[in-house]
Design a protein around this ligand. Sequence first.
Ligand code: SF4
Length: 470
Amino acid sequence: MPGNTPQSIFEKLWNSHHILTDEGESLMYVDVALAQENTLHAFTALEKANRKVLHPQQIFAFTDHYVPTTGRARGPAGIPDTGIRNMVIDMQDMARKYGVTLFGMDHEHQGIMHIVPPEQGIIQPGLFVIGNDSHTSTHGAFGCLAYGVGASEFAHVMATQALWQRKPKSMRITIDGRLGFGVSAKDVILALIAKIGVDGATGYAMEYAGSTISALSMEGRMTICNMSIEAGGRVGLIAPDDKTYAYVEGRPYAPKCRAWQQALDGWRALVTDAGTQFDKEVSLDASAIAPTATWGVSPEQALPVTGVVPDPASIKDDKKRSEYETALEYMALRPGMGLQDIKLDRVFIGSCTNGRIEDLRAAAEVAQHGKAVVPTWVVPGSMSVMRQAEAEGLDKVFIKAGFEWRDPGCSMCTAINGDYLQPGERCASTSNRNFRNRQGPGGRTHLVSPAMAAAAAIKGHLTDVREMLR
Ligand code: SF4
């Protein structure tokens, strides 16, 4: 490649981790690998092959998907369901056996695999991070190449610290404009996915740019990158800046003293050069985005909360019309009804999309305006988030408003820890997927921001949080 060819951050990250190319695939060096309970299958594969973990200090394991969010005094031994208990215990045993760093169920920093690593400074600009979970894209918010892989790829990384990958194409999403009152990063990413579709970024590495992205906090940027996978993107990333460095500085795994200065010098080069050509460009006007909610069974089936449920009869495309019809049938909704007329049975505030301290602050601000009329759970993303929230008195705000304050974990995002909706129950959720059965067999999910979820809890139906805050 000619030396003066302008490069995107993605190109720079790819090139700096590339080892060799063979038959169109690149062997890539991996800096950090994130495991969760389901990674047990990767450990078992290593065990069967009688292999070691090559660099255990670069592998981090978390108990998040299966841990209960109440009644944890007895640790893993106290988990009532045998299958769930064994997943947690077996993975923790494997992590110890192979010497990888374990943030286990009893760890003071236990939490979700996409919340704890940034908190601990494990995630730093310029890294190639892989995780055994598709929302590993979250870490692109720090200017990392980050994405999810399956258990067999994870086993390969543990054995070799490298991974064969096909290079995605590049895509830039430029989001400019000031966010309106009551509008958050969650609304931005839902609006983007509604615009480009769930396959709008399939095969691409997404780079977010523009004044809206620059103005977002690191928490907001993580929310955006987290849901890139819901638009089909393999990678979602944002150029690191002073906000990124300030977030990382001083955290336990962050470089210190001279190493910090050296790291900063390298990180400052992680910008997209002027004149870089992307394979695809998309733009979005952030000032036009309203608080948003999904009505269907895919994150692209989202609308401003002031809108009405669409009528499939108005859709010309046969495939899309059929998708709308089956979505409405599953969600038990009528075309033309207002989104704000959708009554709820439950509200869930948490997940790796919206379980950070900023999210809980936004929800608590709204919770001060009334009392929940439907069961509402607040599940912090980590023990650190939980302690910070309690230090700020947010737990008391939630409890006073009738919300339930629970222990950290994935909980009702994926509903495999025993927290799930009953068949037919309808939930406003701050998580990232509203697929059929995602929150429990027959459960119906409406994705919203933390503030919108808290407002919905108080009203008992989807509602425009701006009205409540005004
Ligand atoms: S919160 Fe949900 S999306 Fe995030 S890591 Fe857990 S299960 Fe996966």
